[in-house]
Design a protein around this ligand. Structure first.
Ligand code: ZN
Length: 190
């Protein structure tokens, strides 16, 4: 389980100082102009406190916006502030980067499992993400099993760990993998 410790830092240049680190202020601004709405996420510089705006919706028709969502915007709902702060699409559109360092920790509840035992039963491991923090698969395995990188690469190479995505990929959502005692027999490989 990837547990949430905090929100990612929004990395963009501050117009007032040299800092690039911003956090959400917890507020969302909604401006209405007839039927058109502008919605911004308000963020502030970590160093000088200057507030800036991240456009969430620009000149959107009020009818096009889900009513519940609008109420959440108007109430500065913490759940929607969290969601917007972690939104990679929004970050991409507004041309800033998200720094996920320190936002998560890996909690394992894997029971004692002897990876070396030849007769151990296959183990199905479910990795859950509380927040969409990108974490390298290799790091999940080395930290989760307490193994070296070489050992993990060896087990994946020999088919003892069956992964749905490559070791050097970054996962950011739930996935399941298998640990088997004997590598599956594959006629193609023979
Ligand atoms: Zn600043």
């Amino acid at each position: 389980m990837i547990s949430e410790l905090g929100l990612p830092t929004i990395v963009k240049a501050c117009v007032s100082c040299r800092s690039t680190r911003h956090r959400p202020t917890g507020k969302i601004r909604v401006n209405a102009n007839h039927k058109l709405l502008d919605v911004w996420l308000l963020i502030c510089c970590d160093l000088c406190g200057r507030t800036s705006k991240v456009p969430v919706h620009e000149r959107i028709n009020v009818r096009a916006l889900d009513h519940e969502r609008l109420v959440m915007f108007e109430n500065n709902d913490p759940a929607i502030v969290r969601q917007l702060t972690m939104d990679a699409t929004l970050a991409h559109r507004a041309a800033y980067r998200l720094d996920w360092a320190g936002t998560w920790q890996l909690d394992t509840d894997i029971p004692f499992y002897d990876l070396q035992r030849p007769d151990a039963a296959p183990l199905k491991v479910v990795v859950r993400f509380e927040l969409p923090a990108p974490v390298r698969v290799e790091k999940l395995l080395t930290a989760g099993f307490g193994l070296s990188r070489a050992a993990v690469h060896g087990m994946v190479g020999s088919g003892r760990i069956l992964l749905p995505l490559p070791l050097d990929a970054k996962a950011r959502e739930d996935f399941t993998f298998l640990v088997v005692t004997a590598p599956p027999l594959s006629p193609e490989r023979a």
